[in-house]
Design a protein around this ligand. Structure first.
Ligand code: B12
Length: 189
């Protein structure tokens, strides 16, 4: 059983003025991935854009989170380019904690090498639900389709994975996995 933290990294302060930032809602993609892992692993998530937990230097205090609920794997939402600098900062911090770091979402999908050279161990391309389950079970990452990682300093891409065919078998995203919420959600899309 793995101890997994999912993190939605904070957007820069200027993005808080866009219309969507006025309504707090998490991106559902990473929550869907975490939900598929949550039956067999210990899983929780934090959304740094809607976070009311302990702070350090005005930012979420991940040393505190790690002390309270130690994780051995950190999963990051890499779908928004404006939050990528924060994602890389956190990835390096979680590497220092000794975690395996994994990112998915449209930005890292398009720019895997940048992520792999910035603290991320594995980039998951496309839909992450099945891929993550296979990563957790794999003896060698090269057996898992749809991921990139570094080997001897070079990027290895294991090949494109077919999109999921039966979405109905996926569990509904479990929003209760997100802890330390600052505001309750009023709307959801
Ligand atoms: C729906 C959507 C929204 C909804 C979000 C609803 C919600 N609660 O999630 C709304 C309308 C609110 C929205 C707003 C915005 N959006 Co939008 N949105 C999308 C859209 C159309 C689909 C995203 C989605 O939910 N897909 C379905 C889920 C299930 O897929 P997913 O998120 O990609 O996640 C899967 C994989 O990527 C992967 N995955 C994702 N994360 C992780 C993490 C790990 C560890 C793993 C293993 C896998 C993994 O597995 C997931 C499940 O299969 C995408 C375009 C697209 N086709 O992807 C744009 C997109 C993500 N949005 C974009 C943008 C720019 C915005 C806004 C900034 C627009 C604006 N100017 O205000 C705002 C930001 C809002 C905010 N503060 O977060 C851009 C991001 C571009 C970029 N490089 O940054 C995209 C890519 C569209 C585009 N091409 O321009 N958006």
């Amino acid at each position: 059983m793995r101890k997994i933290i999912g993190i939605i990294p904070q957007y820069p302060s200027h993005s808080r003025y866009n219309i969507y930032a006025r309504i707090s809602m998490p991106p559902v993609g990473i929550i869907s991935v975490l939900t598929t892992l949550s039956k067999e692993n210990q899983v929780f998530a934090v959304d740094e854009n809607n976070y009311g937990g302990p702070l350090k230097d005005c930012m979420p205090d991940h040393s505190y989170l790690q002390r309270e609920s130690p994780a051995d794997m950190a999963l990051f939402y890499g779908g928004m380019s404006n939050s990528i600098p924060r994602l890389f900062e956190l990835a390096k911090e979680y590497k220092r904690f000794g975690c395996i770091t994994i990112a998915g979402g449209s930005h890292v999908d398009a720019e895997p090498e940048e992520a792999l050279r910035s603290g991320i161990d594995i980039v998951v391309h496309g839909e992450g639900e099945e891929t993550m389950k296979e990563i957790l079970a794999a003896e060698s990452y090269s057996q898992v389709k749809g991921i990139s990682f570094l080997e001897d300093g070079k990027v290895v891409f294991t090949g494109k994975r077919e999109p999921l065919k039966h979405l109905d078998i996926l569990p509904d995203p479990d929003l209760t996995l997100i802890r330390y919420l600052k505001k309750k959600w009023k709307f959801f899309v």
